[in-house]
Ligand binder design. Sequence first.
Ligand code: SAM
Ligand code: SF4
Length: 448
Amino acid sequence: MKFHIHTFGCQMNERDSERMAAWLSRAGHAPAADESGADLIIINTCSIRKKAEDKVYSLIGRLEKDKRNRPDLILAVAGCVAEQQGEALLRRFPGLNLVFGTHQIGRVAALVKQAQAGERVTAIGALPDADRLFGYLPFQRAPGVSTFVTIMEGCDNWCSYCVVPALRGREISRPPAEIINEVRALTYTGYREFTLIGQNVNSYRPAIGLNFIDILSLVAEIPDVLRLRFATSHPKDLSPELTRAFTEIPNLARHLHLPAQSGSNRVLAAMNRHYTREEYLEKVEKLRAACPDIAITTDMIIGFPGEEESDFRQTMKILDEARFDGSFSFVFSPRPGTRAADMAGTVENAEGKRRLKIFQDRQDEITLEINQALVGQVQKVLIEGINPKPRTRGAASLTGRTSGNKIVHLPGSLDLIGKITPVRITEAAIHSLRGTIEDNPVSSEARS
Ligand code: SAM
Ligand code: SF4
């Protein structure tokens, strides 16, 4: 059977889709060239905000219509929406054959077999810890330079607005040997930059007793790992040791994504974040003291229930105090089953959007100021590939990233792909920089 997977949401979901593909391939199925050539279509879903969930429903609707002309097509929904809605999805969409949740990836081939036999199948719910990590198999990724490796699943933090703990289960850490083997195998296929991912990587604690700094150090030492990143860190768990790691691990990129979520202590308490704005800012200050060139980015939720104009002003203030290199910001989206969904003090959507625009406009100004300050400097850029949208046709245009995770476009030859090269920054915009190669002391040994 030929399969096609649509993936919504975060890098966690991208990795989960690869794991599904690996299990299906092992069972003798093969990826289709595109959706129209597939006998099985899986939609791997995200429900972090309502908008993400709505996109899923409109895709299921479209595929159900297509199915009228291809009655043998098997339609499956996986991931967070599947976990949340379960059997209700089968009732709402008569064309669906299979719904399977975030814990069932390792069973995908068996579930598809049941669906092929004519059953309408729902498989959701947590598994015992001992069975949870059975979903990993060596799998092939499309060739590239930079990739993500899952080191943890689940989350124990229960932020009051967030569906992740309920849908992805308790935190569990992947064994270090598995992570190291996966990274090593990926370096053989040409990957040079690795982002270790989990919902709160600071609490990485596998059964054999290592911690997050240990796994960072072990992966950093693997030959050909030119650059290492991680996401996401919870501010309450950002330790002095991790701050020190930025100065001690030479190929650890000088970038930290540290979601603040709000600048108001009242709102942070209602969000169940376990830190104050003062504690957050102190950690940022210590990071900058230890590592002055570090780029810091954040996530912010605007219009949380009970957010008054004065709370929003505190969020605007933290933006100027922390001077984030960038941020992902969203209007609060009430999610069924979360505590915040039932909290009083709803901020009207129009007001939320108004505040969001003020926030994003100021963030753009700060980002541009920070990026412009890089003009004239030489940055170490890991060249990732060809610029998909070159400004002028003809000369090869490459694209890469600085250690601080800023995209840089530059002219250069294709043999630089996968190498760290010094680039003098010549122009800066909000979302990218331009530059030219400084000398030519390119070294595949150069790190970070
Ligand atoms: N574990 C990470 C953390 O704590 O930052 C990432 C969690 S989540 C997948 C990514 C971001 O989505 C969060 O940082 C938060 O800003 C946003 N988010 C989560 N739930 C939300 C909600 N109900 N409404 C709006 N934004 C939300
Ligand atoms: Fe959600 Fe909070 Fe866990 Fe992040 S730390 S996944 S925001 S509950």
